[in-house]
Design a protein around this ligand. Structure first.
Ligand code: BEZ
Ligand code: FE
Length: 296
């Protein structure tokens, strides 16, 4: 069609896409065009603003490396990553444990640790944490033999691969649930940390007067044949950024009960105060598959 004016642009684009043989691509691309055009019309987007937006996308793409993905970070701070995660992982459905973002720090080949063992591989000052987890199905029945991959930032808010002071694979470990679906580990209490702010996403956060912090959390990836792989995070309940996570990852079900103890610790060298965490993970039937690691 020959366009007469701005009102006809959306219609012209939708018409041009109508012949897309793949029905899902046709649906997604058409909805994207309708919403993009409606957004531009609603804010009466200027040419300068359009250029600014395109430039921000170009700079975000160029800022991506093997160990950093600015485009995913952009999706994270816009809440899109969490929205897609929750829409596809049963939040509010039968599972008690909602999923959460994988984040950029999962590594595929972390080492196996026996139940009760420590995930410290180099000296890591900070309050000791004893975590006990149970993995159950939607009927509450224990799932034995599930692999539980745990990773976390240190008490100064750094993952081992960001911090030359930590040994390779520090604060990472893979556990196998016993016949009661239980696993346990010793670690240190994690701290929150800022997402990278040296790129376009940082510029956006600054312009919006938003802080760049994630509340302290422990990541978990649970794998067992016959169950949908569960990727989630458990958050420290006393963290000051719990309600303002820069990537919107905190859901109610994921706030852990981190208890502080002044009493004699279960292991004499643990020191006081020490912390304990008990958490129940619920897995739903489905496909067991591992994500593509965001870093090596
Ligand atoms: C993380 O939890 O590791 C994370 C998630 C999204 C952006 C940055 C970090
Ligand atoms: Fe994290």
């Amino acid at each position: 069609m020959i366009i007469k004016g701005e009102e006809q642009v959306t219609e012209a684009v939708l018409e041009a896409m109508q012949g897309t043989p793949d029905a899902r691509l046709r649906e997604v691309a058409s909805a994207l065009v309708r919403h993009l055009h409606a957004f531009a019309a609603e804010v009466r987007l200027t040419e300068e603003e359009w250029e600014l937006g395109v430039d921000a996308l170009i700079r975000s793409g160029k800022a991506c490396t093997d160990s950093h993905n600015e485009m995913i970070l952009l999706s994270d701070v816009l809440g899109l990553s969490t929205l897609v995660c929750l829409m596809n992982n049963g939040a509010g459905g039968p599972t008690e444990t909602a999923a959460a973002l994988l984040g950029p720090f999962w590594r595929m080949h972390s080492l196996h640790v026996a139940n009760g063992g420590s995930i410290l591989r180099s000296e890591t000052p900070g309050p000791t944490l004893f975590m006990q987890g149970q993995v159950v199905d939607t009927e509450g029945k224990p799932i034995s033999g599930a692999e539980v991959d745990i990773w976390q930032a240190s008490p100064v808010g750094m993952y081992e691969n960001q911090d030359p002071g930590q040994a390779d694979m520090n604060l990472r470990g893979k556990f196998t649930t016993d016949e009661d679906g239980r696993f346990s580990l010793r670690s240190v209490k994690p701290a929150g940390y800022p997402v990278p702010t040296d790129g376009p996403v940082g510029d956006l956060l600054k312009a919006q007067k938003r802080h760049p912090y994630r509340p302290a959390h422990i990541h978990a990836l649970l794998f067992k044949q016959g169950f949908k792989t569960l990727v989630t995070q458990v958050f420290v309940d006393e963290d000051e950024h719990l309600e303002t996570d820069v990537v919107f990852g905190v859901t109610e079900a994921l706030v852990g009960d981190f208890q502080q103890h002044e009493s004699e610790p279960p292991e004499p060298d643990a020191g006081t105060p020490w912390y304990s965490l008990e958490y129940r993970f619920v897995m739903t039937p489905g496909e067991a598959k591992l994500p593509v690691p965001p870093i090596k």
